[in-house]
Design a protein around this ligand. Structure first.
Ligand code: UGA
Length: 458
């Protein structure tokens, strides 16, 4: 059911955020144009093929073809646009600062083609450092000046909080929507854009059902600067929460407690909450590592050290080494051994391998002289493409990776790893050793089957 008052929306960038947002807004009844300067991406999307692995996305792409179009040309629809959403990449520079060149390029293009009679509201959805809303405004103004044109327009900050692997779910059913602007008209237009989500008046797409008991999301309106800081604070907090439980995993091991039980025991306290308390090999992905480095960079510029966040980063670095330490404890000698590694993606339900713990663990094992066999349900091709120099054996199943291995190391908590035929797998291994980097396996059952099992903090 289409319920939104139709707005003309342009989304610049068709990565995780841009594509998910574009398809969701199209589904809600808006007229959406997704723009990307990558010809290959646009070509695929026009043919209804998803360019990222994300549950539900392909269905939406197929069912949405009338409301969402794809183009390389930002200028075409710009004069009619009510809203332009900037959702291009903001990679890390070497020093931790954020590279804003893609954001600024889009801003220049907007300035060059914007209709000054009907200026669109511009939204920064990319994760950007503090002050970027102002920076985008300045860049657009400069271009307008060069054109001999002028008009008043608004750049709002509207950070996203979607998780890869649950991106559509988080877009349709968010906890909150944060809009940073001091312009009432712009705020009203953005509220109109999100009205079907804020009021939950849409019929859920089949692939993305509304969760039972879901209550309406809050609309949090702030200054642009607060909105920008909310995004970094949220990610830094979640990353710190994971590092916190990982640090306690170490003490749980020393005293003989089980960190899963400890996490359950504290997570039921509403003030703490159960989320992001799964101990393991630590956090990766395209967001936490980049955003943590970026806010640390910003804080250093202000001479305002974020000690807790810095420590969370250190704990996370250390956490990746735990798997190797555990192999050394059980296997003793790593050189010459064969290790079967389960999981390349930085987390399940995505083929994204950016800053995945697997990258460091594999490199370390290779450096130590091990033979490495790997299996991942979907991230294999991406990994192969990114690390062609790594001499590893790619397998077609977990059982194949384990066969004749001296140890199995589990790094990603894919659902299919819950139900592996461990008895049969054990019989095919050279030594029955398991290092469970995600604490997902049943340790008692595995021990009964004769495995030497080690988890993280258990
Ligand atoms: C994260 C945030 O959760 C989103 O809210 C945010 O919008 C997004 O970054 C972003 O900035 O774009 P994402 O990186 O997709 O989302 O993944 P998460 O589900 O947050 O997981 C991040 C990492 O933490 C993964 O490596 C995961 O395995 C690890 N993790 C997560 C744990 O080790 N333990 C946990 O309890 C939870």
């Amino acid at each position: 059911m289409k319920t939104a008052d139709k707005l003309n929306i342009i989304i610049a960038g068709t990565g995780y955020v841009g594509l998910t947002t574009g398809l969701a807004l199209g589904y809600l009844g808006h007229n959406v144009t997704c723009v990307d300067n990558n010809t290959a991406l646009i070509d695929k999307l026009e043919r209804g093929i998803s360019t990222i692995f994300e549950p539900g996305l392909e269905e939406l792409l197929r069912d949405n073809s009338d409301d969402v179009s794809f183009t390389e040309e930002l200028f075409e629809d710009l004069p009619r646009a009510d809203i332009v959403i900037i959702a291009v990449g903001t990679p890390s520079k070497k020093n931790g600062d954020t590279d804003l060149s893609f954001v600024e390029a889009v801003a220049r293009n907007i300035g060059a083609a914007m209709n000054t009679e009907h200026p669109p509201v511009i939204i920064n959805k990319s994760t950007v450092p503090i002050g970027t809303a102002r920076r985008v405004e300045t860049v657009i103004k400069e271009v307008l000046e060069r054109r001999g044109a002028a008009c008043s327009f608004c750049v709002a900050s509207n950070p996203e909080f979607l998780r890869e692997g649950a991106a559509l779910h988080d877009t349709f059913y968010p906890d909150r929507i944060v809009v940073g602007t001091e312009d009432v008209q712009a705020l009203n237009l953005i509220r109109q854009m999100y009205a079907p989500i804020l009021e939950q008046t849409f019929t859920p797409p089949q692939a993305v059902p509304r969760p039972e008991g879901y209550s309406l999301p809050a609309l949090v309106t702030t200054s642009p600067t607060s909105a920008e800081l909310i995004k970094y604070t949220a990610n830094a907090f979640l990353a710190t929460k994971i590092s916190f439980i990982n640090e306690f995993a170490a003490i749980a091991e020393k005293v003989g407690a089980d960190i899963n039980e400890v996490a359950k025991g504290i997570g039921l306290d509403k003030r703490i909450g159960p989320g992001f308390l799964k101990a393991g090999v630590g956090w990766g992905g395209s967001c936490f590592p980049k955003d943590v480095r970026s806010i640390l960079f910003t804080s250093s510029q202000y001479n305002c050290e974020l000690q807790l966040v810095q420590a969370a980063l250190e704990v996370n670095r250390r956490q990746r080494k735990k798997v190797i330490e555990k192999l050394q404890q059980t296997l003793k000698v790593i050189r010459g051994s064969t290790i079967g590694l389960l999981g390349l993606a930085f987390k399940p339900n995505t083929d994204d391998i950016r800053e995945s713990p697997a990258i460091d663990v594999i490199q370390e094992l290779l450096d130590m002289g091990a033979r490495v066999k790997v299996y991942d349900p979907i991230a294999r091709e991406k990994y192969k493409l990114a690390y062609p120099e790594q001499n590893i054996v790619y397998c077609n199943s977990a059982a194949e990776a384990a066969q004749e291995s001296d140890a199995v190391v589990l790094l990603t908590d894919w659902d299919e790893f819950w139900h592996l035929p461990w008895e049969k797998i054990g019989d095919s291994m050279s030594q029955k050793i398991i290092v469970d980097g995600r604490n997902m396996l049943n340790s008692d059952e595995l021990r009964q089957l004769g495995f030497t099992y080690t988890g993280i903090g258990r």
